[in-house]
Design a binder for this molecule. Structure first.
Ligand code: CIZ
Length: 304
């Protein structure tokens, strides 16, 4: 199908079905371009809850569409590519978290938004990469069990020194984990004047070489406000689309060509079209589970 025809059809179906399209910052450029809102999972879920469309097409991965459904139970939430998952979110299940909780009965449980609905349901509060420090600081306990991202846990532990952060061992984003210190040395030599901006899902070694650490939205924001003209970007390639559009006079270099998340790149325009046409793949969450998971998301929303 011709691209212009596909885009026209998506826009026609969007009106017919009273749908709104949300796309994560890591989505393919052409998917970001047809979206009503582009952002991080937190901003998108919050936007989904506020808008009055009957249908939400969530161009992202499963945990993101599930978070939108948890917050918007009366809307039909569709995930265009049913295989778009997140290995980080899948690295800990309910049973494993229960075992961990038993080992640390005094600890409050904080789950990263990159986690399953079941894990959110048995956590005290959820957080994203943009608000993790604020969330931890808001907790009235000295011990925090933080799941599942070990690098984000270590970043938070550096910022919040009056609490003991217990990380879930081995939880990593496989895309951010591909960056090596050799990549950093090479790109810094090539672009000595560039500021390096990285995501907190990178390792400590990489984080310590950067000028700024932040979520995708914070990185996008930082680059816009900085007087610098050149940036090395240490997160998934998808963010470059918005950064280049927002700042045509600035230069952006991806820290490593391996910073491509295959799951985020599964959603194509054709999938978005099929999703609207056939109302697929709809997210369903049992109500008792949704209510439990809602608690940890709502607590996070209250401290924003
Ligand atoms: O919170 C999100 O959307 C993720 C997974 C990353 C980020 O920093 O936006």
């Amino acid at each position: 199908m011709d691209k212009t025809f596909l885009i026209n059809e998506i826009n026609r179906l969007k009106k017919e079905k009273n749908a709104c399209i949300l796309a994560h910052n890591y989505q393919l450029p052409e998917v970001q371009d047809i979206a009503d809102i582009v952002g991080d999972s937190f901003a998108l879920s919050r936007a989904a809850a506020k808008m009055d469309n009957e249908v939400i097409v969530f161009c992202g991965v499963k945990f993101m569409a599930e978070s939108a459904k948890i917050l918007s139970p009366n809307k039909r939430v569709l995930l265009p590519s049913k295989y778009a998952g997140c290995p980080l979110a899948e690295c800990i299940d309910e049973e494993q978290l229960m075992e961990e909780k038993e080992k640390h009965p005094e600890a409050a449980v904080v789950c990263y938004i990159n986690s399953s609905t079941e894990v959110k349901a048995i956590s005290d509060i959820c957080c994203t990469s943009s608000n993790a420090v604020k969330v931890i600081e808001s907790i009235d306990k000295d011990e925090i069990l933080f799941v599942p991202d070990e690098n984000l846990a270590s970043y938070v532990a550096e910022k919040v020194t009056d609490k003991k952060i217990i990380p879930w061992s081995g939880g990593h984003c496989i895309t951010h984990a591909r960056i090596t210190i050799e990549d950093v040395k090479k790109i810094k030599e090539e672009h000595p004047g560039a500021e390096m901006l990285v995501h907190p899902e990178v390792s400590k070694e990489i984080r310590d070489s950067a000028e700024f650490v932040g979520s995708t939205s914070q990185i996008i924001d930082y680059a816009k406000k900085s007087p610098n003209k050149e940036f090395i970007i240490g997160t998934e390639i998808g963010v470059l689309h918005k950064m280049k559009n927002d700042n045509p006079e600035k230069k952006f270099y991806l820290l490593s060509p391996r910073l491509v998340c295959q799951n985020m790149k599964m959603t194509t325009l054709k999938d978005v079209h099929n999703s609207l046409l056939n109302m697929e793949h709809e997210i369903f969450i049992p109500e008792s589970m949704r209510i439990k998971a809602l608690g940890s998301l709502e607590k996070m929303l209250r401290i924003e």
